[in-house]
Design a protein around this ligand. Structure first.
Ligand SMILES: Cc1cc2nc3c(=O)[nH]c(=O)nc-3n(C[C@H](O)[C@H](O)[C@H](O)COP(=O)(O)OP(=O)(O)OC[C@H]3O[C@@H](n4cnc5c(N)ncnc54)[C@H](O)[C@@H]3O)c2cc1C
Length: 404
């Protein structure tokens, strides 16, 4: 069986390796000068490979059952086994995030490159695929290499060309029009796992501060989704997992009345209530009480925003003022103006709808012999290794299926 894989990202490398392990003659085409370019920058260079909490319900995917099939056929344990077999042992943090033992994305890329080489996969780098043509005998790939257009025919082709996130790393969505030409639908690409453009108002002075919070995105009076996690205040808004996990909804709704509600107490509400009950009747200054939960700069800013004196003893604060402060800390509403662009997002939403691909094999339901994997399809997971798990899973399933 002759197989072409287009794109040597996480998904394409998993596909090529599995196909080779299952006896296929594999050629891997990559536009960049080397394989795994985007993988190198994942997890800030540490490569957050997967997550103990991987579950189909965590993914923004139009068909839950589709995702269930995919993850049940190649889940966390299968990925960990596959990585181990190419010499990448992993470890899990207390909150369930998996990393290579080396803490180095480069070691993951090198292990894949080595395994692909040992399995005899032909890797053609600096090869940009420009066309895919179905013929009577197979599927022809047109690609430019060293300024020359070439054509090669394969029995089956796996498209693992990513989406449009971080285009400088290679994925620019240039195969989407070609997939449309072959009969596939392509949903408009949108930034996901992106920083949010938010009007911070009085909180703009908190630039550079990191907090663990609860965050809820509202469209008018309708809550769209909630998250809990870390966020960072920046000059243009908010960054970090708590808001990035909501960004695919911001880019989808693109509505004028989107608001973000921050609950600053969400991660320690019980401790807050306990300490307040303990200290309510004491002379401890308000600011010192809040310092138990927030950096001093934050506590001062929050009290200033409510026109409360930092030094007022807790026992002298009126119930009404205290309740207003607590309500504020639980629900700070900020207007959302949009998301930062594709250059700043970790994945893109949109692309080919999952319904056009078999979830167990990733074969196109429209073009026989064509397989689609990874970010080329309309699937977005939250921060924490969910997207690499999906990219590896879909690639591995295609690689296994293609050789049968
Ligand atoms: C900064 C950053 C950090 C991230 N960190 C994490 C993390 O820690 N954990 C996590 O789970 N996810 C993370 N992600 C997301 C993760 O990287 C993606 O989900 C994953 O890389 C998608 O894999 P893919 O193989 O589908 O696409 P890609 O990795 O984009 O690979 C596609 C490949 O196809 C090639 N290609 C595209 N078009 C053509 C063409 N026409 N001809 C030839 N080659 C082509 C591209 O050059 C590219 O190498 C991060 C993303 C970014 C940008």
């Amino acid at each position: 069986m002759t197989i072409a894989v287009i794109g040597a990202g996480a998904s394409g490398m998993a596909a090529a390796l599995q196909a080779a392990w299952h006896g296929a003659a594999v050629t891997l085409f990559e536009r960049n000068a080397s394989v795994g370019r985007k993988l190198l920058v994942t997890g800030s260079g540490r490569c957050n490979i997967t997550n103990a909490a991987v579950d189909p319900v965590k993914y923004a995917c139009a068909d839950q059952a589709w995702m269930e099939t995919l993850i049940s056929r190649f889940g966390v344990v299968d990925l960990v086994d596959m990585l181990s077999s190419i010499g990448i042992p992993v470890y899990k943090t207390p909150d369930g995030w998996y990393y290579p033992l080396s803490n180095s994305a480069q070691s993951v890329v090198e292990a894949f490159a080595c395994a692909l080489d040992l399995e005899g996969v032909t890797i053609i780098t600096q090869a940009q695929v420009n066309a895919i043509r179905v013929s009577g005998t197979g599927i022809a790939i047109h690609f430019s290499l060293n300024g020359k257009i070439q054509e090669r025919e394969f029995e089956r082709v796996i498209v693992s060309a990513g989406g449009t996130a971080y285009p400088s790393l290679g994925s620019r969505g240039d195969l989407f029009p070609i997939l449309e030409g072959l009969g596939h639908t392509v949903l408009p690409n949108r930034p996901a796992l992106a920083p949010l453009l938010v009007e911070l108002g009085d909180l703009r002075l908190l630039q550079g501060v990191r907090l663990d919070v609860g965050a809820t995105l509202w469209n008018g009076k309708k809550p769209l989704a909630s998250t809990q996690g870390n966020l960072i205040f920046t000059e243009w808004g908010l960054n970090g997992p708590a808001v990035m996990d909501l960004s695919h909804l911001v880019s989808r709704y693109d509505a004028p009345d989107l608001k973000l509600s921050l609950n600053l107490l969400a991660c320690f509400q019980d401790e807050f209530d306990r300490l307040l009950a303990d200290k309510r009747k004491t002379n401890i200054p308000l600011r010192v009480f809040l310092d138990a939960f927030f950096p001093p700069k934050v506590a001062a800013n929050l009290l200033g925003n409510r026109s409360l004196e930092e030094g007022t003893p807790l026992c002298q604060v009126e119930d009404r003022s205290l309740n207003t402060l607590i309500d504020y800390l639980r629900d700070i509403r900020l207007p959302v103006k949009g998301v930062r662009g594709f250059e700043y997002c970790q994945v893109s939403a949109g692309g080919v709808p999952v319904g056009e691909v078999e979830p167990g094999t990733m074969e196109s339901r429209i073009v026989k012999g064509l397989y689609l994997t990874g970010e080329t399809l309309d699937v977005v997971g939250p921060c924490g290794g969910f997207n690499l798990q999906y990219a590896f899973s879909s690639g591995a399933l295609a690689g296994k299926a293609v050789s049968i």
